[in-house]
Design a protein around this ligand. Structure first.
Ligand code: DGJ
Length: 767
């Protein structure tokens, strides 16, 4: 795992190796990637016997050595390394030069978490490398190995041992140099309701800088990014993944140097960041997560999924199957009362749901988003019996009870703001910015933290609440980078103090959908709401983007009403389920608006999901690359006993080609039973064409057609057959698609946005 061999160190996981070498006062990265077996560092050492025109020589005694050509784990500042560095300082006296020199290496047991910030747990060993400047400014680089999931975490801590203040202008969590530059960079940018759409660019000379300045890890750009070999696929090739255990503004930088090396650096957003360290003070950066796989992007994702499930998500819910929930938001928005909620809950219970979540609007004067936020006393007009009484009634229906709140924010029109107008984030002399009619509470202040902790704790203890949706619906504005960081530290403190004492509560974090989907929040909330966009076709991109780095057990995904409130697109009921079941399933619609046929279908969906949810939430996950905008995901149970595969289509095409669905993770010599779960189709979608499928003549827009839709629907024939793993791994030959040449029961009839689910169950050994 970690070996300290005089002047070189090896950090090894099951399949990866991170090798470091000391050269004078510098520490070089000798190799990070697949594990290489070496007895000494010579084969990995970079040869630097010649200099180049223009080089700045690091130290006269080591000429022609220039920092520009080395792979450096920490760069002495202003000494000839012109690439982006992890640190930028104003030293005592105003100089920006900091000649960090390596002092010693220490091997420590387990993980060494930073103070006041969430971090991974359960690492095997940590390597600490100490550096110091002549003035006494000390930096320690921490590396922790997580051998089973091929992850190495990194962070740094800087301590001012000088006798005057030091200002940190940039304090990233790490810098890492890779010797080549033949990589494709994937970032995950987006916006509200359009989060995490993968964006790929081949690296070119110069810096690619990305990140967020909104005060949150942000829908604009997730802290996660990948570097892959140009020929890497989902299943083969080199893939590096990088992430941060952090929920605030962040920056990532991938820079190709004029000498063809790639520097990767990421951490807290340095824009507007200035953090003064008095003598004796220290600053810790968030932990960064690095992984590598030779088995393509799916291999890299498998490392990160295991890492999140084993080392990030904690507490009672960490490895527990997640309840199927019904959330009232898209069903009622602010317009509800107890009768309406209980009727929804009753329908949810009939469906087989296990948790009823009461979303925004249950407190104060909160009848719309312009008022009441911050006043968490129940609105007695809507809920005359109060929360405890509602929760008990929901319990009596056999459901757990969950509740929404948005503690970080306040409306101007609220009792809280009237009582404490000074508690909001504001710059003296400036009108504070609003967003969704709300101000941000200053979580840096102890009295605001104490108030929130006291108020929310009392609320949680006042009723049997088993789930909380913690929302946050606007960006920060008008604040410095240092303030934004302190805000996040304040948030972590509040979350710790409320939820450590209440381990039974399942926390789902949310921020206008997926505006704060990150490893920092996952240390508190085992699942996060992916997006306010519940249109399954949009969700394909959103959930696929997330799946590169987060397991399905972390993603809240709901079936909603169609046409969808975000796109006006109409989608089949089956597809809404098929996409949501690759996540933590919920329903978020007025169930009374479903037809009897759809309600029966929803019941089947929930039954199916519950039966296979350990596979879907915790199984080994695979993405496949398919043509024509189709997508397929598959989850294989940890014990290999079954796989659930979803096949999703955007638009259908005429005269469709024969389709083969890829499979993965199956045993070649096992025998499997393949079953399909054909979705329910609406008879009216066939219009006048239905006459070719049914023996009787029906008017396309007639009452009988509408009644048939409501009561029955049409189902294509299910498939069922046995095959060896080897045969299935060659691709599952799908039934023919409808192609306009006639109707046959065996045809698949997905239509636009259609989908299919296949269940592949191991039944024995193949002959
Ligand atoms: C934004 C969330 O993402 C929604 O799911 C919902 O909870 C609303 N806020 C409520 O205001």
């Amino acid at each position: 795992m970690i070996t300290v061999n005089g002047d070189w160190f090896a950090l090894e996981t099951a399949n990866t190796g991170y090798y470091l070498g000391v050269r004078g006062g510098l520490v070089e990265n000798l190799h990070y990637g697949a594990r290489v077996r070496v007895e000494n560092s010579v084969p990995l050492r970079e040869k630097t016997d010649i200099g180049y025109g223009g080089d700045v020589v690091y130290r006269a005694e080591s000429a022609p050595l220039s920092l520009e050509h080395l792979c450096l784990e920490l760069s002495p500042l202003q000494k000839g390394d012109y690439r982006a560095q992890s640190l930028s300082l104003v030293m005592p006296g105003g100089a920006r030069t900091a000649d960090f020199s390596f002092v010693c290496a220490r091997r420590l047991e387990g993980s060494v978490p930073p103070e006041g910030m969430p971090a991974a747990r359960g690492g095997a060993e940590t390597l600490a490398l100490d550096f110091s400047t002549p003035e006494g400014v000390a930096v320690t680089l921490f590396y922790t190995v997580y051998p089973d999931c091929d992850v190495i975490t990194r962070r740094l801590c800087i301590k001012n041992g000088a006798d005057a203040p030091v200002t940190l202008e940039k304090a990233l969590s790490y810098q890492l140099d890779l010797p080549g530059c033949d990589y494709v960079l994937s970032t995950f940018p987006g916006a509200w309701a359009r989060e995490r759409h993968e964006a790929c660019v081949p690296l070119t000379p110069g810096a690619h800088v990305f990140g967020s300045t909104t005060g949150a890890s942000s829908a604009f750009c997730n802290p996660f990014f990948m570097l892959c070999a140009p020929d890497a696929t989902e299943f083969n090739g080199d893939a590096y993944g990088f992430n941060l255990v952090y929920s605030g503004s962040h920056m990532g930088c991938v820079e190709v140097s004029p000498w063809g090396k790639t520097r990767v650096a990421a951490g807290i957003q340095p824009e507007g960041f200035a953090w003064t360290l008095a003598p004796g003070e220290r600053f810790e950066t968030p932990e960064a997560v690095l992984t590598f796989s030779r088995a393509g992007k799916n291999g890299m994702s498998a490392n990160l999924h295991a890492f999140v499930q084993e080392h990030i998500v904690r507490g009672k819910w960490a490895k527990k199957d997640r309840p199927v929930l019904l959330n009232n938001w898209e069903a009622t928005y602010f317009d509800f009362n107890e009768r309406k909620l209980l009727s929804l809950a009753k329908d949810a219970a009939k469906l087989g749901a296990e948790l009823f979540v009461l979303d925004d609007g249950w407190f104060g004067a909160r009848d719309n988003d312009a008022k009441g936020l911050g006043d968490y006393t129940v609105n007695r007009k809507k809920l005359p019996g109060g929360l405890a009484s509602l929760a008990e009634k929901v319990h009596a229906l056999g459901l757990l009870f969950g509740l929404w709140f948005e503690p970080e924010m306040v409306n101007a029109d609220s009792g809280l703001f009237r009582a404490h107008p000074d508690w909001i984030v504001q710059t003296p002399g400036n009108v504070p910015a609003t967003g969704r009619n709300q101000y941000v509470l200053d979580l840096c202040r102890a009295e605001v933290q104490d108030y929130l902790i006291g108020q929310l704790s009392a609320l949680l203890d006042s009723a049997p609440i088993r789930y909380i949706k913690w929302d946050m619906n606007r960006h920060l504005a008008g604040v410095s980078g240092a303030f934004a960081h302190r805000y996040i530290l304040g948030l972590y403190e509040v979350l710790h103090r409320i939820f450590d004492a209440r381990p039974d509560i399942l926390l789902e974090s949310c921020s206008s959908g997926g505006n704060r989907f990150d490893l920092g929040m996952l240390c508190f909330s085992p699942q996060i709401w992916c997006s306010d966009d519940t249109d399954p076709i949009e969700r394909l991109d959103i959930q696929k983007g997330l799946s590169y780095l987060y397991p399905l057990s972390a993603m809240g995904a709901h079936v909603s009403a169609s046409p969808h409130s975000q796109t006006l697109r109409r989608t089949p009921f089956g597809t809404r389920f098929a996409v949501s079941c690759f996540g933590c399933l919920g329903y978020e619609l007025d169930l009374r608006e479903l037809t009897p046929a759809e309600l029966r279908e929803a019941k089947r969906q929930v039954e199916f999901y519950k039966k296979h949810r350990m596979t879907l939430q915790y199984g080994r996950f695979y993405r496949f690359t398919l043509p024509e905008g189709r997508e397929a995901f598959s989850c294989v149970a940890r014990d290999g006993a079954e796989a659930v595969t979803g096949h999703f289509r955007r638009l259908v095409h005429a005269a469709p080609a024969f389709e083969k669905l890829p499979a993965a993770g199956l045993e070649r010599d096992a025998l499997y039973e393949v079953g399909s779960l054909p979705p329910l189709l609406r008879i009216s979608d066939f219009g006048a064409l239905i006459k070719h499928a049914l023996p009787l003549k029906l008017r396309a827009d007639g009452a009988i057609m509408r009644r048939a839709d409501r009561l029955a629907g049409l189902r294509q024939a299910a498939e069922k057959y046995r095959a060896s793993g080897a045969a299935l791994l060659d691709g599952i030959r799908l039934q023919n698609l409808f192609s306009g040449t006639g109707y046959d029961k065996a045809l698949r009839l997905p239509g636009d946005f259609g989908s299919e689910i296949y269940l592949i169950t191991r039944v024995g050994k193949a002959k």
